[in-house]
Design a protein around this ligand. Sequence first.
Ligand code: XMP
Length: 321
Amino acid sequence: MAVKEITLENFNVTEFIEEKAKEIASLVGSGVAINALSGGVDSCAVTMLGHKALGDRLKTYFIDNGIMREGEPGKIKALFNSLGVHIEIIDAQDDFFNALKGLTDPEEKREAITQAFYKDVFGKLVRKSGAKHLLQGTILTDVDETVAGIKRQHNVFEQLGIDPQKAFGYKIVEPLIQLRKDGVRKLAAGLGLPESAYNRIPFPGPALATRVIGEVTKEKVSVVRKATVIVEEELSSTGAFQYMAVLHQDRVTGMRDGKRDFGLQIEVRCWDSIDARKATPTKLSYDVLCKLADRIVAEVPGVVSVTYNITKKPPSTIEVI
Ligand code: XMP
């Protein structure tokens, strides 16, 4: 069934919140539901909506999959605690790195992450909690790209003919599926989230694994995580839609302390966009670019080359895999 989009002009946040909270409460009935909070604006909004609908009968987990940004589990737990929402952090690092071992193909990596989340980690949590429903923040852009065969977004099933009940043993509830990113931000503000959460740049469910070309290992994630800290610090004042560091697979010859260093390459991407369907590289000043390069080669061990992407989406896409 085609999903009917709610555009920003036709979006009444108060009515939407009331309507969706009722819908969630009636779907879940007297049982419990679970949801996984990643810290992105979509999952933050779903967590608040779910808590409005179900209160303590929504069990919210932060899956520490080892591929998140620096300090994320602690930061997100503290934010939600301050809003009165209890979060349990689940250490699932081994599940994810084992699933990613040896994989280099982008879609195989995405599929491995999907299975690690939905079959292994959520499957266990559903059995432990007795929940029959998983609430998640799939948005329309995720569905569009998956159905068009561009990228298998980690959270899309029904539109691919996959029945989550049969595949994983629980139902998935997707209250945000008619919205795009601009609508979700408005909703998140309406749900009482602070600006630091609703104006946060988007971050994909498969996390830093979408920013490592080739096999994803702990070591490579650690490199891209360090570069990400620098990129986010340097570009947060630009107001750009999204910015990121990417670790390339190929090495290039560099030199350090007068010696040859066949080192790593980091690509920086920074996007202007409204809803992620189309995007244009931000015209960063040369000074900003030079500062990024200087900091990344000085602070991220092994990096000898930093480049900036200047290609629009399409034909590029926002993430590299
Ligand atoms: P692309 O790379 O397809 O990204 O141009 C469009 C937007 O979606 C985010 N993205 C994802 N979000 N699960 C998500 O929740 C995913 O698998 C996924 N892949 C990409 C991306 O960060 C951008 O904002």
